[in-house]
Design a protein around this ligand. Structure first.
Ligand code: BES
Ligand code: ZN
Length: 468
């Protein structure tokens, strides 16, 4: 077998020799608390965009921080050696989730530490894998090309978003107004996972999402629960009754028409997923569970990759302080999200969620909705020559075939890049299931960082040396 990475041994060696500096730069990136959803961090988020643009400038890019109605976008471009070379667009996000609950972190969330784990050294901090560590796999690969060869082998555009974790509200207007600068032949996104630490993966399906906040308003003020309890509507009782009605006994979601447009997983796809050898016991064991839960008659991979779901993400209401208070609160609130699969229309699903609450609620309760964004599910083509080149580069780096997988998560940008710019994405990420994404002690294995950097360097080479 001829190993294609032989032609870029110099670039790969440089990556390996400089891994500690890459980790230091990642740590600097992680020290900036760019929590997009929290206005208290607005200045940090802008500072983080400038930091990211600075890194790209350092490695020969023409980089700028572009204001939007929300958090700024980082846009950087670099020409290739040959005007006929392909142009590759990279997308990633520099914003992170809030660190809460902070008391569960072993170290401060924005003071990264490198610690020894079962699988070698790992860096622990909010954003370690989602997505700053993965953005660094791209930036450090481009750095290696710059430092060893004077620049990348083809033209590159890098777009880093600061609002991915809060539903990407400014992304589409930005894409519309920067179409020319963003034109490219293919987009690469590193914001997903591997199959396991030794096996790379290309994700071909992302679920979509509808996120709504539902508030029930009942009595005009809080009431004494002895004077009124049992005789009037209690918004918390009412809300939990409704939330309890969302799923039937078979684990199916009861919003009207919820499954109407869902396409059944093909037998071929089911067979391919079965061949992956998914270890359900360890998937559940890792999170302290033994039994799965969900739609009856579906495997765990089906439930997370190809079936729509509804989860309550938060409930707010009533007295939650110390001790007891006998009160009927005047209102109650739930945050609710549905993950969608291919062919479901997010707007239709949102309407159906609203009708469910309006039609079933007690007449003395008024329902109010607040939208927190929606985006459709995405499938990426599996027969492109880009995917074939990337797969072969991944195989050269890891020594094993890259698997084609689905994921339960959502990345709204992928759909927008496809519909507005007309560019298909390759989802090539280096996270692991136990990385604590969105949770305390988020981490990124340094092996994954290193293999991620090597992979991106090799993929670029494969794009120019083995096109089509
Ligand atoms: N990196 C994740 C998406 C992801 C999660 C991919 C798990 C693969 C596995 C991304 O940053 C994210 O969390 N997206 C949000 C999108 C939402 C805010 C619209 C999500 O999926 O909850
Ligand atoms: Zn992410």
């Amino acid at each position: 077998m001829s190993n294609k990475t032989e032609s870029i041994t110099d670039v790969l060696d440089h990556i390996d020799r400089n891994l500690d500096s890459s980790v230091e730069r990642l740590a600097d990136f992680l020290r900036i608390p760019s929590v997009s959803t929290d206005p208290a961090h607005d200045e940090d988020t802008t500072r983080c965009a400038r930091f990211a643009a600075g890194m790209l400038e350092e490695i020969g890019f023409d980089a700028k921080v572009v204001e939007t109605d929300g958090h700024p976008m980082v846009l950087a471009r670099c020409d290739g050696p040959d005007p006929d070379s392909p142009r590759v667009l990279y997308y990633g996000h520099y914003d992170v989730q809030p660190p809460d609950p902070i008391e569960l972190w072993d170290h401060e969330a924005f003071d990264p530490v490198v610690v020894e784990g079962e699988q070698g050294r790992r860096i622990v901090a909010r954003g370690a894998v989602d997505d700053k560590g993965q953005v660094m796999t791209i930036v450090e690969a481009l750095r290696a090309w710059h430092e060893v060869r004077g620049g990348p082998p083809c033209a590159i555009t890098v777009m880093l978003e600061g609002e991915e974790e809060s539903g990407s509200p400014s992304l589409e207007p930005f894409l519309e107004s920067h179409k020319d600068e963003l034109a490219a032949d293919v987009c690469i996104v590193s914001d997903t996972g591997m199959w396991d630490i030794r096996t790379p993966a290309i994700t071909t399906m992302l679920r979509g999402m509808v996120y709504v906040e539902v508030t029930l308003h009942g009595p005009s003020s809080d009431l004494h629960s002895g004077m009124y309890g049992g005789a009037v509507t209690n918004p918390i009782n009412e809300l939990t009754r409704l939330l309890g009605m969302i799923h039937d006994d078979e684990g199916r979601v009861r919003f009207d028409g919820f499954y109407d447009d869902v396409v059944e997983t093909t037998p071929e796809m089911k067979a391919q997923w079965e061949s992956l050898g998914f270890d359900e016991k360890s998937f559940l064991g890792m999170i302290g569970l033994e039994r799965g839960q969900g739609e009856a008659g579906r495997s765990t991979l089906e439930r997370t990759w190809s079936r729509p779901t509804c989860d309550i993400n938060g409930i707010i209401g009533g007295y939650t302080g110390d001790g007891a208070k006998t009160v009927i609160a005047s209102h109650a609130k739930a945050k609710l999200s549905c993950r969608l699969v291919a062919n479901q229309d997010p707007d239709r699903i949102r309407e159906s969620i609203q009708s469910f609450f309006r039609d079933n609620v007690h007449p003395d309760c008024r329902v109010e909705f607040e939208d927190h964004g929606c985006n459709p599910a995405i499938s990426v083509p599996t027969d492109s020559h880009w995917l074939a080149s990337a797969s072969s580069a991944l195989k050269d780096v890891f020594g094993v075939d890259a698997l084609l997988i689905g994921t339960g998560g959502s990345i709204p940008a992928v759909g927008s890049i496809q519909s507005i710019l007309g560019i298909d994405s390759l989802l090539i990420g280096f996270g692991l299931d136990d990385d604590n994404v969105h949770a305390p002690n988020e981490k990124f294995e340094l092996t994954c960082l290193q293999n991620g950097i090597r992979s991106h360097a090799a993929i670029l080479d494969a794009f120019v040396t083995k096109p089509g």
